[in-house]
Design a protein around this ligand. Structure first.
Ligand SMILES: [Zn+2]
Length: 411
């Protein structure tokens, strides 16, 4: 009997990639044991007495050093159940309660749009690997790697976050990528290279002489980069970032969500910080349920993203009271989104990154456990000093509180 299954929508596959957890899935077939960063078992695909089959929860992949089988959760189901790709996606969708959307025959335009997206993903992935490889060159070791080492970033952290180095060159990435067969217009659309103003023929690398932070989507694909300068050049911005592209919409993305999602779910709490290095410092301190909104206050789509994994957000504020007051409006949006909000501030103008490095991992974790205030209490404390002196400030405080409370949907 032959049955032709209709095509699955790419959204269904995306959702499966977002929620499928390699550790849970493999554990159903072979028991995993933790050793170092990874989990190990005797390989289910070949006969062996000592474990050479590894699972990386951080990367959501498995790899056998004996027989070479490797891949993501979907590939694992294909390998172990002998299923096709589509069957494996259906199998996992059922397991995780994901609605399966079928898709009709695609129009040529839809096919073109889809293959353009695929090409952008490939270009971003190529650039990620390129920047990682550059950390191994003499220049990359001397400049990029030594910066990361100085910050205490471990090899595991470099790997989990795909940190890299963009060399001091106008066309290192462009030349390598074209040699590898990537098209120039794809590299342009991916935001990896730029055209010189008034001379479209002159194309050059966007990221030069900087360390690179790979920005992943929720299923772990590279979609953009942030890049930090290491020289003292005051004319250059400290960070430059990928522009908006077909696959990167800044307002929909949270830095670190891929590395954090499992822990956010397990802890039922998501720490919200400002920058890339805050996220990484917290991982180094053993706190993995953390994401960064990249400076701006949260958008509705970012809030929805967090809500898939938890209904609790703890905002880590840095800076002075004035800065904190300015960002309170963003919090009302989180409350409106139906999330519970707590807040933490740091003493002496420290941010999570500097405070974690100052006090060390254990004291930092203890501070996080004890410092959270519910949001109403937090606002009262924040405005208390001036409200005590000034009746008008008192009225303003009460109004602010009432606004926040009115945003909490839950009676
Ligand atoms: Zn094997």
């Amino acid at each position: 009997m032959c049955s032709i299954l209709p095509m699955l929508s790419p959204q269904t596959t995306d959702r499966v990639r977002e929620v499928a957890d390699i550790e849970d899935i493999v554990n159903e077939y072979v028991p995993l044991k933790k050793k170092g960063q990874n989990l190990w078992a005797c390989c289910p695909f070949h006969n062996e007495k000592s474990p050479s089959f590894s699972v990386s929860p951080a990367k959501q992949i498995y790899k056998c050093f004996g027989c070479g089988k490797a891949g993501d959760p979907i590939q694992f189901i294909m390998d172990i159940e002998g299923m096709s790709f589509t069957e494996a996606v259906r199998h996992l969708a059922q397991r995780y309660g994901i609605e399966i959307e079928e898709e009709r025959e695609r129009t040529p335009e839809q096919r073109r749009a889809l293959s353009e997206r695929e090409a952008l993903f490939m270009a971003l992935n190529y650039a990620k690997d390129f920047f990682i490889d550059q950390l191994k060159t003499p220049e990359g070791r001397a400049i990029g790697l030594s910066y990361f080492k100085e910050r205490g970033f471990t090899p595991e952290i470099l790997e989990a976050f795909d940190l890299g180095y963009a060399p001091d060159s106008w066309d290192a990435l462009l030349t390598a990528a074209e040699k590898a067969g990537l098209q120039r217009d794809v590299l342009l659309k991916a935001g990896l290279v730029l055209q010189k103003e008034g001379d479209a023929e002159r194309v050059y690398d966007r990221f030069r002489n900087r360390v690179t932070f790979t920005i992943h989507n929720v299923s772990g694909k590279p979609i953009a980069f942030g890049a930090r300068i290491l020289t003292q050049d005051k004319k250059q911005p400290k960070y430059i970032n990928s522009p908006e592209t077909e696959i990167y919409h800044k307002s929909d993305v949270l830095y670190g969500i891929f590395q954090a999602k499992k822990s956010i779910k397990a802890q039922n709490n998501c720490y919200l910080v400002e920058g890339y290095t805050d996220v990484i410092s917290m991982h180094l301190a053993g706190v993995e349920n953390v994401v960064a909104s990249s400076g701006t206050s949260l958008t509705e789509n970012q809030i929805k993203l967090i809500k898939r994994f938890s209904n609790q957000v703890t905002v880590l504020f840095d800076g002075d009271a004035a800065g904190i007051k300015a960002s309170l409006r963003g919090i009302d949006l989180i409350l409106e989104g139906g999330l519970h909000v707590k807040a933490i501030t740091f003493p002496d103008g420290d941010d999570p990154d500097s405070y974690a490095r100052k006090v060390g991992p254990a004291a930092f974790r203890e501070y996080l456990a004890q410092a959270p205030k519910d949001f109403v209490r937090f606002q009262i404390d924040l405005f208390q000093e001036e409200a005590a002196k000034d009746p008008q400030a008192r009225v303003a405080l009460i109004q602010t509180l009432l606004t926040s409370i009115s945003k909490i949907g839950d009676g």
